[in-house]
Ligand binder design. Structure first.
Ligand code: FRU
Length: 498
């Protein structure tokens, strides 16, 4: 049963959608195969699952403000992970424990029933210290028979249940079942001090266990002794080809020359032990820096979540955006009343200690057509597109040099390949920060050996570059007028459109 508060807030969403529908839908930056907010703002993917054959994707949603602020879980469904149907939101703030936001969380499907776990966030009014006192994070369960109507909000864990050394930042439950036991991993910020006695908090995760999904007790506290960021958000734990993987989003890593280039990072570590061994002692000595690999090397990627399909694939979807960068990021969809999208779903494949992110196979089932013919000089293929999705495909690169230009030379993005290196650069001739990429102009990613193949998908305002079948991936938003949607690619590639 919907509460009165909830009904009222869902009505506000419908009104905003009605008011903005035409502007949003006429925006040239709307995508065809990527999840977007129907109106307003979107951030993290939540509750990803396949339920009775249908894919459900929920997302952090702020229909009433294009600049975020939260308050809703948006919802869409799909039968092929590419065409999404937008539904009404499913969750909003209507109890004291989630008054400040229905934050990120996950879905568990069991016995033909859906269980959603999320964080209710509260920031106390006034001049509070939001790290140690003024924030309340509650882990909450709600349930559904159809994926659309949620019933009940059961409080599972609150401040009194977290370990002493953990600050008020505890969130983003990911729940799974293993050998008859339920596990919940939560992102956390632990209180810590450096050698000089200065406050120097540490990121980590808490793992709780339960036999009934309602009563939870702490299983492991995993805060490495060696600091790796001050907070970890959106953790996820899963098994891929018999290997245990921890996915997490550390905040506060100093940028290296090529790595950790976005404001916050997201990546994974292959864990040294199984979950059923108590792992906190192992993790005390564990150095995440040694094992951490970024999920994506592009300008726009954060807060991914994975789920297992009914046919056994492990799919990962991220937010094609990053928090706290809006001022630097000239996102041109904002003036049309919406902002951000999710990435293409990618299938995770474990290979020699590394995880590859391949575009889901459904993508190749779309009726793509080869479009660009060879240029007379045989050097470049060119193509102008406006409303289509386009893809550039090239194999047999063997570490050679290649260049792809998306857009115009004074307002575009180049993808350059040489040896084992791929470089994305936003172009702007006048030397000013480019209109794309929020002033961050260059991103570099490398593969182990050499670049063999490249697959670039462009869906209106999002570019995803898959190198060597997903060994390295770049996700980047780009805002080109339709007249500027030109492609110039090496003559040996194929250009496909749909
Ligand atoms: C990550 C995040 C999560 C939180 C959510 C709130 O982008 O900060 O930790 O649950 O966004 O929208």
């Amino acid at each position: 049963m919907e509460s009165e508060i909830q009904k009222n807030r869902f009505r506000q969403e419908r009104e905003e959608l009605k008011k903005m529908e035409r502007t949003v839908n006429n925006c040239p930056f709307r995508t065809r195969y990527h999840i977007m907010p129907p109106v307003g703002w979107l951030n993290d993917p939540n509750g990803l699952c396949q339920f009775r054959g249908i894919y459900h994707a929920y997302f952090q949603y702020s229909p009433l403000s294009v600049h975020g602020g939260g308050g809703y879980w948006g919802h869409c469904t799909s039968t092929d992970l590419l065409h999404w149907e937008y539904k009404e939101p499913v969750l909003t703030t209507d109890i004291p424990e989630d008054a400040g936001g229905v934050y990120s969380g996950s879905a568990l499907i069991e016995n033909d029933h859906m269980y959603l776990f999320y964080t209710g966030n509260v920031k106390l009014p006034g001049n509070y210290d939001y790290i140690d006192s003024g924030r309340i994070s509650t882990q909450i369960l709600t349930e559904s028979d159809d994926g659309q109507h949620m019933s009940g909000k059961t409080k599972l864990l609150g401040a009194e249940d977290y370990p002493e050394n953990i600050t008020r930042h505890v969130r983003d439950p990911k729940v799974w079942k293993e050998e008859g036991t339920y596990y919940m991993v939560l992102g956390a910020r632990a209180r810590a001090w450096d050698k000089e006695g200065e406050r120097s908090d540490r990121g980590g995760v808490l793992i709780y266990m339960s036999q009934d999904k309602k009563n939870w007790s702490l299983w492991s506290e995993l805060v490495p002794d060696k600091k790796f960021g001050y907070m970890w958000e959106c953790p996820d734990i899963f098994v891929l080809s018999g290997t245990r993987v921890l996915s997490y989003c550390p905040q506060g890593l100093p940028a290296g020359e090529e790595k950790y280039q976005n404001i916050y990072q997201s990546g994974y570590s292959i864990l040294p032990v199984g979950i059923t061994a108590k792992i906190d002692s192992v993790f005390r000595e564990w150095d995440p820096e040694d094992t951490f690999r970024e999920w994506d090397m592009g300008f726009d990627f954060y807060a991914p979540q994975s789920f297992e399909t009914e046919d056994g694939r492990r799919i990962l979807i991220g937010w094609a955006g990053v928090p706290d960068t809006e001022n630097a990021h000239r996102n041109l969809s904002v003036e049309n009343g919406w902002q951000h999208c999710l990435t293409l779903p990618t299938e995770l494949v474990y290979h020699s200690g590394k995880i590859f992110r391949k575009p889901v196979s459904e993508l190749s089932n779309l009726p793509w057509k080869d479009v660009a013919a060879d240029k007379a000089d045989g050097k470049y293929r060119k193509y102008h597109w406006a409303d289509q999705a386009v893809a550039v495909k090239e194999d047999g690169i063997a570490g050679g040099e290649r260049c792809l230009l998306i857009g115009q030379e004074d307002n575009g993005l180049t993808v350059r390949v040489a040896g084992n290196k791929v470089e994305l650069t936003f172009l702007n001739r006048d030397g000013q920060p480019s209109i794309c990429g929020g002033g961050r102009r260059v991103r570099i990613g490398r593969v182990e050996d050499r670049v063999e193949e490249l697959f670039v998908l462009i869906d209106s305002s999002i570019v995803e570059v898959f190198v060597n079948g997903g060994e390295t991936v770049f996700t980047t938003r780009i805002y080109l007028d339709k007249k500027d949607r030109n492609l110039a690619a090496d003559g040996r590639c194929r250009i496909l459109a749909i």
